[in-house]
Write a protein that binds this ligand. Structure first.
Ligand code: UDX
Length: 438
């Protein structure tokens, strides 16, 4: 199929490359010239395992091209909208500027039979509104909503082999069936592998996505709330999560207590969902998401307070080593990263923060140049009075006391992701503190 993908960020760049990998002819469009230049040269503009490989193979096949000009979409018949919906400044609502601009830019190029397919996470009601715009511009074109569930770090696999597909289609039965047929062809490979498919209306498709993220955020904040109770009772939240996780109705995944969730999706999505519920006169239905958010943000403050306490009540001029800046491992994304937030807060208290990360340093430096960044973890911990493990990259998970001894000035470590073995550190004479674990 001939496909355009408007927006080439973490979602769109992967989607464009993956669609070409599946055999479609794809044009990726973005307003950022530097991003387009990098992608056109086969370079991923951000760190995502597997993306460079499929960019190279898709570009070599001649099935993938990039442009800053939306008119390049004129030959495509399926147009994916994959631009961001960040939090609006000064508000909890989603900023819809980019989605509206992307659709508006496409309108002049739509032809009879074209299908515009929304992938961005949007407030419920958006698809119906955009479908109206599409049909006004070209009465024989249509719109579908096909939310994306990819996780950074697994984006290529999640796009090529998703765990489910959701199509929100027009209420008109004929148009809905036509949109389904187009999307079935786009996703023929996944469907042939028995990927579950839910075909539904616009509102449900929009709500599926934001509900999934709200549920995941709630699950993480739930276990972090229990971690707070574990901390004052001497219980072990990791063993507790293992034990409750054996109940198949609960499940063990997303029950890792720590410094909480961040990234470009969960934090802004729970806020936008709450804001939309208020607009719909149902604010109380999602009022609990404010608590989910508050628990999550409290984790960061908890770690800052813990570090100050471990440093004897004063962080001023103390050397603090931070291992990990990305919001999670296998990503260079620092959007709303709890790790970076903690590093910045400690710097604000006068600590001398030396921070490292395998892939996120340049993004972190661009946003917070006041921190001292070093490429090498051994360099970061040199003379540190305390070491903070804040993003659980594999190389940090494998740390043992011998790796740090002889380098650090103080044997104190905070395991913000509960990934180290406490006994190993305690036996080596370290003051080891974790999140809801003795
Ligand atoms: C999320 C959703 O998982 C994905 O389906 C959606 O499409 C986009 O948003 P992503 O933002 O890539 O994906 O990250 P995710 O893997 O969900 O992790 C989010 C945050 O939660 C990270 O900061 C992570 O460290 C944290 N987390 C995750 C925990 O603190 N504990 C856990 O048990 C799991």
């Amino acid at each position: 199929m001939k496909i355009s993908v408007v927006g080439c960020g973490y979602l769109g760049a992967v989607h464009a490359a993956a669609m070409a990998e599946l055999g479609h002819d794809v044009i990726g469009i973005d307003v950022d010239q530097a991003k387009i230049d990098a992608l056109a040269a086969g370079k991923a503009p951000f760190f995502e395992p597997g993306l460079p490989e499929i960019l190279t193979s898709a570009s070599a096949s001649g099935r993938l091209a990039f442009s800053i000009d939306t008119s390049a979409a004129k030959d495509a018949t399926v147009h994916f909208i994959a631009v961001g919906t960040p939090q609006k400044p000064g508000s909890h609502s989603a900023d819809m500027t980019y989605v509206d601009a992307a659709v508006d830019a496409l309108l002049p190029f739509l032809k009879p039979g074209d299908l515009v397919v929304g992938k961005s996470t949007v407030p419920v009601g958006t698809a119906a509104r955009l479908a109206e715009k599409v049909r006004t511009a070209e009465p024989k074109a249509d719109l579908a909503w096909n939310p994306e569930f990819l996780r950074e770090g697994f984006a290529v696999k999640d796009t090529i082999s998703p765990d489910r597909l959701v199509y929100g289609v027009s209420p008109d039965p004929e148009a809905g069936a036509a949109a389904k047929a187009v999307l079935d062809e786009v996703y023929a490979k996944a469907l042939s592998e028995d990927t579950p498919l839910v075909v539904t209306d616009y509102a449900t498709a929009e709500l599926v996505k934001i509900s999934a993220n709200a549920f995941l955020a709630t699950k993480i904040s739930f276990i972090n709330a229990i971690a707070e109770i574990a901390d004052v009772t001497g219980a072990n939240v990791t063993e507790l999560a293992d034990a409750i996780g054996y109940d198949a109705r609960i499940g063990r995944r997303f029950l890792n207590a720590g410094i909480g969730f961040g990234g470009g999706c969960l934090p802004k999505d729970i806020r936008a969902f709450g804001a939309r519920a208020e607009e719909l006169g149902r604010g109380e239905s999602l009022a609990f998401l404010k608590e989910v958010d508050a628990i999550n943000l409290r984790r960061r403050q908890y770690v800052v307070d813990l570090v100050v306490d471990m440093l004897g009540g004063q962080a001023f001029e103390k050397k603090v080593a931070v291992l990990g800046l990305a919001f999670k491992p296998d990503s260079d994304d620092i959007r709303d990263s709890p790790a970076l937030d903690i590093a910045v807060q400690l710097n604000g208290l006068g600590a001398v923060v030396s921070a490292t990360d395998p892939h996120a340093i340049s993004n972190a430096r661009a946003k917070h140049p006041q921190l001292h960044y070093v490429e090498d973890a051994r360099e970061a911990v040199k003379d540190a009075e305390i070491v903070l493990l804040l993003t659980e990259w594999n190389e940090y998970r494998e740390l043992v006391p011998a790796d740090l001894e002889g380098l650090v000035a103080g044997k104190k470590i905070v395991d913000g992701r509960n990934v180290l073995t406490s006994a190993t550190w305690a036996d080596a004479g370290w003051e080891y503190r974790a999140m809801g674990r003795p």
